[in-house]
Write a protein that binds this ligand. Structure first.
Ligand SMILES: [Zn+2]
Length: 251
């Protein structure tokens, strides 16, 4: 099977593949603290791995995968060592300029496989600009595909960072990277119910993770399991493959 990674192709091979399918995948991650028990590169590794696994399952032509963007907008994790953040403007410009190059080569659709929620605003702004300026459609997958199963399997409220969900998927993906003996007990107090992440009546706000949780964890990693992670992961890969097939055949 020929590689799906653009970086491993020659230029003539890339031309042929881009002619067969006008959708391209762009994984976007972050380099940011994930508590005392998960690695800094979790979001990037997961997004890149998810894209590669999903493409293997598509029924139609397999789209190419761009090299992942390893940095994201992580200002809200800056009080923890190891976090390297880029600005929303930098991410916006980077994605717009990648889109311009792709557009010049006939690519009409880009699916961003986004591993980090903090990247969403910049990615959405890039989607608006790319559609307006290039006629290129940017789709952004930030975990919405897994919402129903996530709600069923993950009991913890506000489990958004290095908690039950992300520790479970890390146990399923690369258990050797999880420092199990350092999984912390966490209790987060929110200043108002309207500011809680899983509240139905919530407002967005400029939060700082260090202020909410000295451990850098929002959620409950103590409830994580490899089994939950595997179920979540399998469902995510299958659903993303289905989405890719539908987007590929979209005019
Ligand atoms: Zn993460």
């Amino acid at each position: 099977m020929e590689t799906d990674l653009l970086g491993e192709l020659t230029s003539p091979e890339a031309r042929k593949r881009m002619g067969r399918v006008t959708l391209v995948l762009l994984p976007v991650g972050s380099l940011e603290q994930h508590g005392p028990h998960l690695p800094l590169d979790t979001d990037c590794w997961d997004a890149f791995h998810l894209a590669q696994e999903a493409v293997k399952l598509v029924k139609g032509e397999r789209p190419l995968i761009l090299p992942p963007i390893p940095y994201g907008v992580s200002y809200h994790h800056m009080s923890f060592a190891g976090t390297i953040s880029i600005s929303p403007t930098t991410l916006y410009n980077l994605v717009c300029e990648i889109g311009e190059s792709l557009s010049a080569q006939g690519v009409r659709k880009v699916l961003v496989v986004n591993g980090h929620g903090g990247n969403e605003p910049a990615l959405r702004a890039a989607a608006q600009s790319l559609r307006h300026k290039e006629g290129l459609v940017l789709f952004i997958e930030s975990g919405g595909l897994i919402s129903p199963l996530r709600e069923k399997l993950i009991g913890t409220k506000n489990d958004v960072h290095a908690g039950e969900y992300e520790t479970s998927t890390s146990l399923a993906n690369r258990e050797e990277m999880v420092r199990k003996e350092r999984i912390p007990q966490v209790e987060v107090k929110y200043p108002s119910p309207y500011l809680e992440f899983s509240s139905q009546q919530r407002v967005s706000w400029g939060f700082d993770v260090g202020e909410l949780s000295p451990q850098g964890v929002l959620g409950n990693p103590a409830k994580a399991s490899r089994e939950k992670g595997e179920r979540l992961w399998n469902s995510m890969v299958e659903t993303l493959a289905d989405l890719i097939d539908q987007l590929s055949s979209m005019a």
